[in-house]
Design a protein around this ligand. Sequence first.
Ligand code: HEM
Length: 447
Amino acid sequence: MRFPQASTLPRWRQKVQYILNPLDYLDRGLQQSPDIVNAPVMGHHDILLLISHPQGIQQLLTSDTKQFFAPRNDLLRPIVGEFSLFYLEDSPHRQKRKLLLPPFHGDRIHQYGHLICQLAEQILDRLEVGTHFTARSLMQTVSLEVILKAVFGLSEGERFDEIKQTIVELTDAFKSPLTSGALFLPILQKSWGGLSPWYSFLQLKQKINNLMAMEIRDRRKEDLSDRADILSLLLSARDEEGQPMTDLELQDQLFTLLLAGHETTATAIAWALYWIHRQPKIKETLRQELDAIEATTDPMVLFKLPYLSAVCSETLRIYPVAILTSPREVREPVTLLGYDLQPGMRIYASIYGLHRREELYPKPLEFRPERFLERTFTPYEFIPFGGGARRCIGEMLALWEMKLALATIIGKYELKLASDRPEIPKRRGVTLAPDRGVEMVAQGRRN
Ligand code: HEM
């Protein structure tokens, strides 16, 4: 059976369209076929299927890994490095995930609750009444500091500032379609005599790696028994043969966490601020919920607030920060949604396509947090963090940060949008972010 095609354009033109205007491309594909569509826009695959049907996604993410293998991401290798979680596969990938997951869950994450609230407060307090600012950049400061302090265990100082500044420059480079394009077209991963955005990217990455190498070297000399951050934990970890991770391995993992972790979360918080301020009723309902609890509340109470949680879910539904999951590769002939798949085919779960399904999310273009209070969605109906073997390891940290930063900001400060013009989602690297970054104006503290 022939697969429905996302577009009849030649492959190279589809690729360009997908890089420059991903949602337009995906919307056209969904119009052709809402469940499964062939969209050969990444790598050299003739068949590259995007699945937006919950049952198809469930089969893809939970089936025997022999049928749907979770391969390493070749295109990301020059960016994140050969030891990165994104580039590992099979049992080395499973082993490293086992090592990296615990510090991202439970008590380890909860101890950062007060830090997140304090950081949000410190940063918002610096804004004088009338100051114009971009929510995405401001929230990037919060999420970057959380990662550097809580996850890497760095304390403020020269190195902390230098890493912070360099990573902001590096992520800003992905605003350019040329740099974003390099994530999909290896031909753009060229230095062209030092003139290309790719060259600047490599320079910045090298600078961050050097700074991390210095931190790793210093940390190796310390007594790590009292430290709870990820870097210390990884430094103490040993593999099955009792060997520690090498400096290069550590650098790649740290760089991956930095890159995957801070901009995604900052973008999600900025989107939430946009929706909350665009619809006064939402801000009012959120305030009622926040005002009904003590100002000094335990972060866990904030985390469990139903309406705040619904606002965060709806934010991650309507414009998911990541529009696709990582790919799967068919390893054995298998049937999916009535189609026969052959070894070698590439398949992605389309987070965007799933979150736009009318029967799951009536009037999907409307931002309506109540839908998350009216019904519960299964892990295959709502997947902002993906699922299965490569599910996001930073999910808990991201939600913890999103909810606590929003509770602090909405509970304690008055802000407004700088203009009535709607924000449009635009590609930033592999993520989808508000084009103008959500421009806002500070209006002072509420109390
Ligand atoms: C709102 C914020 C975030 C969103 C929407 C997000 C989304 C995602 C998605 C969709 C994936 C691919 C999942 C799949 O293929 O099934 C992923 C993978 C990943 N994420 Fe996140 N993420 C966020 C925050 C974070 C944070 C805070 C960290 C860490 C500090 C992080 C680290 C990672 C890593 C390391 C992977 C690769 C996992 C693997 O390949 O095994 N992410 N993320």
